[in-house]
Structure formats: structure tokens, C-alpha cells
Write a protein that binds this ligand. Structure first.
Ligand code: NAP
Length: 248
């Protein structure tokens, strides 16, 4: 359908999981893709090759999204390479799950810096080029846990709730320049990570979801394509759940 024809999309954390699928779907829709990773060099190179074989224009960058200066350098490199950034997907995220009783300061800080500060870093860096272009779409990967909370994930839930407040504020600040900002709240998405879990537990989770299955990375990537495209030009400041009805 080429919903993203000639748009430049920057995705953080795309060496695997949901981010990788977002990169693939964006290329399928005609976008030029820049994506980042932290340490999965080989996976990033393989994805770069896969996206090129699909006939796409794509480049991977090693860049720590939690570092302010690295985010600025990354955006400068992407602008030099592609001339502009139309869509920013703040997808990079980690978990350091444990009860508050056992949570260390490091576990709190790592999650906050990777999941929340990263969105500040990257949004700040793309703000100037998007303001100049008087258009842009910023998409922040939150979680249903950011809406509902979850025992054992106070750091993660706080970071994901923070992304929702951040997205609403940026939507209000930049709306007059046609720059949109939305959050996506995935529920239980089945990735390589969940393959390693006890399959009996996973089956129980599936049964508790109204649509009776876990989500796929593509379920999330399809919404990214929509929010990045001109199909969603009147949608900003929203948090959209992709959770099979889990959070209703
Ligand atoms: P994943 O498979 O663990 O992949 C995480 C990605 O983020 C990897 O590419 C990783 O790169 C990258 N990354 C980690 N720290 C980074 C940093 N400091 N700078 C740059 N990149 C970094 O995760 P996922 O399951 O696909 O999740 C993607 C996003 O969706 C996350 O924000 C997550 O919180 C959110 N989400 C996931 C689910 C789910 O069920 N999976 C549900 C709700 C929300 P390396 O490979 O180099 O480490």
C-alpha cells in the first residue's frame, strides 16, 4: 500500500523483537529506515541485509538511547544520510523486574534511563528538524502496565506511565506545527523472549485475553505504520492499547 512512501523513519531498539518487526513493516510500506541497537551487532547487520534484500533503504546505528549526547549525534548522522526524519519511534526498552523491597537504585535508574529518558533524548534531538519541516510523527512505546500498574514492575510501570504523560505533553506543545505524538500500549506480545517462558503459564495468559491469543510483533507494527502515516493526521496525544482486549 506504500503508506510510508519516501518517509524517513528512525526506530530505536530494532535489532530484535517488536522493533525489528516495525523496521520490516516500515520498509514494506516504502519508508527509508534508520534503526538502532545497543549491543546486538550481528543481529543488526543481519537485519540491515534483510531489509536491503527486500528492496528497502535501511541502515543500523549502534547508539545508546539512554545517553543524551549519543541521541543528538545519532539524529545528526541520520539527517546527514537521509536529509530528514519524518517519524520517530521510541521503542527501546528493558525490564529489571523485582519487588520494591528488593529493587536496587541501579535497577530503578537503568529502567528509567532506557525507557523514559531515552524518549526525552531522542524527541529533543528530532524536535528541531521536525519544527523546520513543520511536520512529524513521534510514537512512544509504552505498555498496558503503564496504565494499570503491575506488582514486581514498579520501575517499568513508572517508566511506561511516564511515556504516556510525556506523549500527551509533547502533543500539546508541538501540535500547532503539525507534529503529532502518540503512545502505544502493547499487552502480552509473544516474542523470542516469551518462547523461553513456561508454556503452561503462557497458555493461561492467552486464555485470560478476550481475543484468546497473545499479540504478535506485527499487531504492534501495524499500528506504528498507521500512526506514522498520513492516515492518522488528526490523531495526537492518544494512548492506544494493542492488547487483544486484555485491558478494557
Ligand atoms: P526486546 O526483544 O528485549 O528488544 C529490545 C530492543 O531494545 C533491542 O533491540 C535492544 O538492543 C534495544 N535496546 C535496549 N536498550 C537499549 C538502549 N539503551 N539503547 C538502544 N537500544 C536499546 O524487547 P521487545 O519485547 O521487542 O519490546 C520492545 C518495546 O515494547 C519495549 O519498549 C518494551 O517495553 C515494549 N513492550 C513490549 C511488550 C512485550 O510483550 N514484548 C509489551 C509491552 C511493551 P540490543 O539487542 O542491542 O540489546
Amino acid at each position: 500500500m506504500n503508506l510510508l512512501q519516501d518517509k524517513v523513519v528512525l526506530i530505536t531498539g530494532a535489532s530484535r523483537g517488536i522493533g525489528k518487526c516495525i523496521a520490516e513493516q516500515c520498509v514494506k510500506e516504502g519508508a527509508k529506515v534508520a534503526f538502532t541497537y545497543l549491543s546486538s551487532e550481528e543481529k543488526a547487520k543481519a537485519l540491515e541485509a534483510e531489509l536491503s534484500e527486500m528492496g528497502g533503504v535501511a541502515k543500523g546505528f549502534k547508539s545508546d538511547a539512554s545517553k543524551f549526547e549519543e541521541a543528538q549525534d545519532l539524529v545528526d548522522c541520520v539527517i546527514e544520510e537521509y536529509g530528514t526524519i519524518d517519524v520517530l519511534v521510541n521503542n527501546a526498552g528493558i525490564t529489571r523486574d523485582t519487588l520494591l523491597m528488593r529493587m536496587s537504585e541501579l535497577q530503578w535508574d537503568e529502567v528509567m534511563n532506557t525507557n523514559l529518558k531515552s524518549a526525552f533524548n531522542l524527541t529533543k534531538a528530532v524536535q528541531r528538524p521536525m519544527l523546520k519541516a513543520r511536520k512529524g510523527s513521534i510514537i512512544n512505546m509504552s505498555s498496558v502496565v503503564g496504565v494499570s500498574g503491575n506488582a514486581g514492575q514498579s520501575n517499568y510501570a513508572a517508566s511506561k506511565a511516564g511515556l504516556i504523560g510525556f506523549s500527551k505533553s509533547i502533543a500539546q506543545e508541538l501540535g500547532s506545527r503539525s507534529i503529532r505524538c502518540n503512545a502505544i500500549a502493547p499487552g502480552f506480545i509473544e516474542t523470542e523472549m516469551t518462547d523461553k517462558l513456561d508454556q503452561k503459564v503462557v497458555e493461561e495468559w492467552r486464555k485470560a485475553i478476550p481475543l484468546k491469543r497473545g499479540g504478535t510483533p506485527k499487531d504492534v507494527a501495524d499500528l506504528v505504520v498507521f500512526l506514522g502515516s498520513d492516515m492518522s493526521l488528526y490523531i495526537t496525544g492518544q494512548t492506544i492499547n494493542v492488547c487483544g482486549g486484555m485491558l478494557t
